[in-house]
Design a binder for this molecule. Structure first.
Ligand SMILES: NC(=O)c1ccc[n+]([C@@H]2O[C@H](COP(=O)([O-])OP(=O)(O)OC[C@H]3O[C@@H](n4cnc5c(N)ncnc54)[C@H](O)[C@@H]3O)[C@@H](O)[C@H]2O)c1
Length: 432
């Protein structure tokens, strides 16, 4: 037997031992989950997790191998957290498990009426909403709080600014919000991003709850901890990562959402399906009347898995930027005429291989989303180049060559222009 075969046999033997050890470890995790369930303890324990990694690494003799082992243990710990959560959670509850934070996400029709069962409202809660959201949603939450202050912002992306943030912070100050109090968003992605940002910087950070009311915010924006305002014409360029303490999703609130806004949210669900979940995309191709709570849950499972792998957007989470490079350019150039999801829909098309693109265009059309655009390429590219992901040698862009899988590649501006022009050339008429 040659050296290579011997080494491979050795690897196979070690992997077999690893499989037994993994099963034994998960049995121990199961016992921990049962204990925590019985004693109402949280799943995440950051101090203990750090200790496990430090102890483990100290046992590795070769210092050069320690970082790799630390990475292996953190991955194992993440799997253990997910496993514990699955044991602990009711069927409609999801959980974002991060080393420093753990955020339960509940998707349940009617949940807003029982918000006190999911959120700690025994304090002063600043409820942030906007003047397009039916006011009874904020009032329903307020009625369950010990003390509540409802702040109604002007609706729309044009108000996602530092000025609105300053007004919101002034309200928190006037109300005298303290460290133990909290901010709760009741609105779409704009309200969520603004309220989350305010919570992240008020008194250097207070608790934040997100109760999304649009499909886009339910299926995407409310989870993951990105908060921001637009600044100097660049979307989301000033903000912070600030994880919500909990996310409460009540799909019944979608009953008042206009159809164009529903389609807008579907664009982000299509994005998740196309990049990560072939089965979900095929469902979107087949089904005329989608089951929204189920779609929201499927989309969130994808988002949560990516956020857990990469909270700070340094790797896997960038997949969620699919369609956003050109999309943000289109959004800025359209000057408010197109919604965020509509721009993402347009931005996805040129980033797909041809057969995928044809299937995507059919799904988008059926959902009432635009597939063609009449615009000025220079203006769109100039706006895309100001994107916060842009670097001197190009913009990292997500491509889908086959449904359910994707890759990242840096694209220079000439290549981006060529992609954009195929989108512009394809059009007959502007659809919206
Ligand atoms: N933080 C993130 O991870 C993330 C992800 C994706 C998008 N976003 C951000 O989300 C924003 C877009 O969010 P959006 O699409 O929810 O837009 P939006 O917040 O502007 O809401 C859309 C409109 O719907 C109205 N509305 C909200 N809920 C309603 C309801 N139940 N019934 C009737 N009307 C209702 C609002 O008043 C508003 O006019 C963008 O700013 C985008 O950057 C953030």
């Amino acid at each position: 037997m040659d050296e290579l075969s011997r080494a491979r046999q050795e690897i196979d033997r070690i992997d077999a031992q690893l499989a037994d050890l993994y099963a034994a470890r998960m049995r121990a995790v199961d016992r921990i989950a049962a204990y925590k369930r019985a004693n109402c303890l949280p799943v995440g324990d950051p101090a203990r997790e750090r200790e496990v990694i430090a102890q483990g690494c100290a046992r590795v003799e070769d210092p050069a191998l320690r970082p790799g082992f630390a990475a292996l243990l953190s991955h194992l710990i993440r799997l253990s957290r997910q496993y514990q959560q699955a044991q602990k959670a009711p069927a409609d509850a999801l959980q974002v498990c991060l080393p420093e934070a753990s955020c339960p996400v509940t998707v349940r029709p009617g949940a807003l009426q029982h918000a006190g069962d999911f959120l700690d409202l025994r304090r002063t809660v600043c409820i942030v909403t906007d003047d397009g959201v039916p006011p009874e949603y904020a009032r329903t939450l307020a009625a369950q709080c010990a003390e509540a202050e409802i702040v109604t912002l002007p609706q729309g992306e044009a108000h996602k600014t530092l000025q609105t943030l300053t007004e919101l912070l002034s309200r928190l100050q006037r109300r005298g919000l303290r460290r133990g109090d909290c901010v709760a968003a009741v609105g779409g992605g704009v309200v969520g991003d603004l309220a989350g940002f305010a919570a992240s910087c008020w008194l250097r950070g207070i608790d934040f709850y997100n109760c999304p009311t649009t499909l886009l915010a339910m299926a995407d924006a409310s989870v993951g901890g990105k908060t921001a305002v637009d600044f100097g014409g660049v979307k989301n360029s000033v903000g912070a990562f600030w994880q919500p303490r909990a996310v409460l999703i009540d799909p019944a609130l979608l009953g008042t959402l206009p159809p164009r806004q529903l389609a807008n949210g579907m664009a982000e669900i299509v994005k998740m399906a196309l990049t990560c979940d072939r089965d979900l995309f095929e469902r979107l191709e087949r089904e005329e009347a989608p089951n929204l709570p189920e779609l929201i849950t499927r989309a969130l499972r994808i988002k949560i898995a990516l956020v857990e792998r990469d909270e700070r957007d340094a790797g896997a989470r960038r997949i969620l930027n699919f369609g956003h490079t050109l999309g943000h350019g289109v959004e800025a150039a359209a000057g408010g005429a197109l919604l965020h999801g509509e721009c993402v829909a347009l931005g996805m098309l040129p980033m797909c291989a041809q057969p995928v693109r044809a299937r995507l265009a059919r799904v988008l059309t059926r959902l009432g989303l635009p597939t063609s655009l009449r615009g000025d390429a220079d203006q769109i590219l100039a706006a895309a180049a100001r994107d916060k992901k842009a670097e001197t040698d190009g913009i990292e862009t997500v491509f889908v060559d086959e449904v359910g899988a994707c890759r990242l590649e840096k694209l220079g501006l000439p290549a981006l222009r060529a992609r954009l022009e195929t989108l512009l050339r394809q059009q007959g008429e502007e659809t919206r």
